[in-house]
Design a protein around this ligand. Structure first.
Ligand SMILES: Nc1nc2c(c(=O)[nH]1)N(C=O)[C@@H](CNc1ccc(C(=O)N[C@@H](CCC(=O)O)C(=O)O)cc1)CN2
Ligand SMILES: Nc1ncnc2c1ncn2[C@@H]1O[C@H](COP(=O)(O)OP(=O)(O)OP(=O)(O)O)[C@@H](O)[C@H]1O
Length: 188
């Protein structure tokens, strides 16, 4: 038998999504959610974003939208949601007024009808992450493309600790500035 190579990204993603579904149904989840929420608010108080890009959560992702709709101290901060287009896997960010989204993007994810804006801080949902600050997402490459086109934006990966993995870095992968989980702050 040959020594096993690192599992490919599709298998890793599938396994981590399975573990995430289990985790969100477990008794430990409510505490993890509250803990990650506190850490995120405290980090944002330091970063003082002018325009914060977030995301409408898919199953098992941290619900930053609910947290930030209700947060104090962000009155002067513009919020923005991604709008993804399948052609060229293009994504931009649209100003969001915090109201329930009335539109969906081409991936079927709730978004906003607001004007396109450029976030200075971006919350990035992670299926997995590596200690070096690299991310495994849903596999569309949307965030990698956006980050390659917008260097200099501060990126905060949001993940559950179960997503900690080793990742073989690929040329298109963009390292995140910080990764937050329910029990760790990673700033590689
Ligand atoms: N909440 C949230 N919004 C986000 C992302 C995310 O990870 N989380 N994205 C992060 O990139 C972008 C959307 N990325 C996506 C990437 C792949 C699929 C996907 O594979 N969907 C179907 C297959 C569809 C197809 O192949 O045409 C699937 O899940 O089976 C969906 C969204 C932008 N918005
Ligand atoms: N800057 C880029 N330009 C062109 N193609 C890219 C770029 N970044 C990523 N890709 C391509 O997108 C595909 C998906 O990449 P990857 O598996 O890293 O996605 P992901 O980060 O998990 O996805 P997502 O950001 O949508 O959650 C790969 O085939 C990759 O080659």
């Amino acid at each position: 038998m040959t020594t096993s190579a690192a599992p490919d990204r599709a298998s890793l993603r599938k396994e981590l999504l399975r573990q995430r579904r289990e985790f969100i149904a477990s008794p430990a989840f409510a505490d993890a959610e509250a803990q990650l929420g506190r850490s995120l608010l405290s980090l944002l108080a330091q970063l003082e974003p002018q325009c914060l890009g977030l995301y409408w959560p898919l199953e098992g992702e941290f619900n930053a939208a609910a947290l930030l709709q209700a947060a104090e101290g962000l009155e002067d901060c513009t919020l923005a949601l991604p709008f993804a287009r399948k052609a060229n896997r293009h994504m931009d960010f649209r100003r969001w007024d915090g109201q329930p989204p009335a539109v969906k993007d081409e991936c079927g994810i709730p978004s906003s009808e607001g004007a396109v804006v450029l976030p200075d801080v971006l919350l990035v949902p992670c299926v997995g992450f590596s200690p070096a600050g690299y991310r495994l997402g849903y596999g569309g490459g949307y965030y990698d493309r956006w980050l390659a086109a917008h260097p200099g934006v501060t990126t905060v990966g949001l993940a559950w600790q179960l997503g900690a993995i080793e990742l073989d870095v690929q040329p298109h992968d963009q390292a995140l500035t910080v990764i937050l989980t329910e029990s760790a702050l990673l700033a590689p």
